[in-house]
Design a protein around this ligand. Sequence first.
Ligand code: PLP
Length: 394
Amino acid sequence: MNVKISTLVESLTPSGIRAFFDLVLTMDDVISLGVGEPDFKTPWHISRYAIQKIEDGFTTYVSNSGLLELRQEIAKYLKNTYQLHYVPEDEVLITVGVSEGVDLALRALTNPGDEFLIHEPCYVSYKPTILLAGGSCRVIRTVMDNGFKLTPEMIESACGPKTKGLIFNYPCNPTGTTYSKDELEKLAKMIEKKKLFLISDEIYHQLSYDQEHISIASFPGMQDRVLLLNGFSKGYAMTGWRIGYACGPKPLIAAMTKIHQYTMLCAPIMGQFAAMEALRHGEDAVTAMREEYKKRRNFIVKRLNDIGFSCHKPGGAFYVFPEIPKAFQSSVQFANELLKEERVAVVPGSAFSNGDKHIRISYASSMEKLQEAVKRIEHFIKNHSLVTRRDRQC
Ligand code: PLP
C-alpha cells in the first residue's frame, strides 16, 4: 500500500545529529564527543530507590499530572532554590522529559499563524515542534563575538505583529551560553514590554560553572508569562528515566494536561519515584558531577584554542561550540573527515542551522577520552594544514 504521509511531516528535515551518529555506530574505535547526555550513571541511591518501589509493586499508571508527592517536592525545590512559588496541585505537570513539555506547551499555545521566536543556534527540536503545532518560527541569530547571547535589542527587532512568544534556553545547547542576573533582568523587561509569552527551557540549570543559575521566571511580574521547563536528564544523569516538569500559569498547565492525558496518559511511575529521590538526596552527586564537568570544560577550551580553533568559554551545560579553522569549508566536511581520518565524532554545527562554521563538542566524556580526542584533533588539523599548504604550492 502506498502510505501517504502528512505533507507537514514530509517537509521536516530529519535531525542532522541522528544521521551522523548512525554512521558512527557502524565504525570501530571511535571516540564520540557527540551525544548530549552525561557519561555518568544515575547515582546508585536513586536507582536503588526506584528498584525498591518496583519490588513493592508500584508498576501502574498514576495521575495524569504526575504523583502529587513529586509535584510537592518540585514546588519545594523551586521555592528553596529560586524563590518561585508554584501550587503543586495545578501549576506543576510531570512530563515525559522536557521534550514532551516543549511539545505540550506549543500545542496548547498555538493558533494557526502564531509565531514563536527562537535563538539559533539552539536545541534542534524547537523549530520542528513549533511547525508541528501549526505555528511559524522566526529565527534570531546569535553570534560568537558576544558569546552567542540573546539581547533585548535582538528580541525587540525580531518581534512582528504575529509574534506570540519566545523559546529561550540557557545554559544553552549547543553553545553553553548562560546569563548574568543583570542580563536576565533586561531580557525579562523586554519580554514584558513586547507582551511575549516565554517558554524557558532550563534543563541544564544545575550545570552553571561560574555563577549561580537564576531562573528568569523569578523576576518580578514574570511568573505569569513564563512556562518553566525543567527535568532530571542532565543534572542528575537520568536521561533514560524520561522525567521532566512544566511549571506555569494554571490555565496553561490545565491545557497541557488535557493534551498529555490523551496522548501520553502519564509519565512512567518508576521514573517519578527516582525523581523524588533525586530531589530529596541527590544534591551531593550533582555537585560532584558539576565539578568534574567544570574541569573538563577548562581543559577543552584551552586545548582547542591552543591548536587553532576559536573557542569561547561557555558558562554552562556540557558543550563547547568552537569555530573551525579557516582551511575547512564547512562543518560537515570537517566532521566527516575527522571521523574518517582520526575516528573522533563531533556534531557538525550545521545541524543547528546557522552554525556551519562551528562544531559541537560534548565534554560529557571522561578526561582520558577527551585528552586522546584532542590529541587526534590536533593531528588532524596539522595534517590538513600541511595538505592545504602543499596544494597551494602546486
Ligand atoms: N532541552 C534541551 C536544551 C536539550 O538539550 C535536551 C536534550 O538534549 C532536551 C530539552 C530534552 O531533554 P529530556 O531528556 O528531558 O527530554
